[in-house]
Write a protein that binds this ligand. Sequence first.
Ligand SMILES: Nc1ncnc2c1ncn2[C@@H]1O[C@H](COP(=O)(O)OP(=O)(O)OP(=O)(O)O)[C@@H](O)[C@H]1O
Ligand SMILES: [Mg+2]
Length: 255
Amino acid sequence: MQRTDKVRLKSLGKEHGHVICYPVYREDEFSCRLKELEKLRIDAIEFVGKRMIDHLPVLGKGCVGIVVVAYIKDEKVALKIRRTDASRLTMEHEAQMLKKANAINVGPRLMMVTKNFLIMEYIEGTLFPEWIQAPNRKYFRSDLIRILKSILEQAWRLDRAKLDHGELSHAPKHIIIKLNNEPCLLDFETASESRNVSNVTSLCQYLFIGSSFAKILRRKLGGIKKTDLIKALKLYKMSLNRESFENVLKKCGIL
Ligand SMILES: Nc1ncnc2c1ncn2[C@@H]1O[C@H](COP(=O)(O)OP(=O)(O)OP(=O)(O)O)[C@@H](O)[C@H]1O
Ligand SMILES: [Mg+2]
């Protein structure tokens, strides 16, 4: 019989409970959460991904949530599970932030939320650092420029909407490149509407100025002068207007 990592809801046992109730498993909590998943019409959970919980692979493991692949009928979705030790009492905050982002065409589409779970569109793709370093990937310079422009345009829309993502200055796990080369920003858990926005500046910091990934990108693009870009970002930060944003794009060599 072919081995499958897809487990139907009714077949989930204590070993899977350690993922659903991470890091502290309790039988009563597990059975409450299973009922919640049933109400959400989740049919199965698939244990795949690069992070591990005990011996089970998952897509992501953060401070607030664990992300796994799940299915509603045949539709593949991303299921974010509230950790039992999370500083948040519900998933409502992330849902609200993601909803605001979705309104300006940013982020995976929010589908449903309950106290302990958030269901969103599953984004098939590759995280940006892996995408760029995949040895057999064939892409043109124009593809890379289009991806970078789209990422920064999304950040610009977030800035305009006064929604600060909060984790874009170090974003190796927060930009996924879809199969059609369209980038998608992930994880609105730490997003805020009350902080000063710094989506464009943080992303430029990560993509072009101060990370090991920035070094790779600068080498691939060529011609980026860090000091000029930093000056342009300072001006942008003061005005947050389109003209100064486009000046940033020019200094990144993508306009
Ligand atoms: N909608 C999605 N589609 C596909 N993969 C996703 C999706 N959301 C998250 N992932 C994967 O899971 C990883 C972790 O996601 P995310 O940062 O949202 O959660 P987390 O780090 O587990 O939790 P948190 O940061 O909220 O505590 C991502 O880097 C990505 O690989
Ligand atoms: Mg995260």
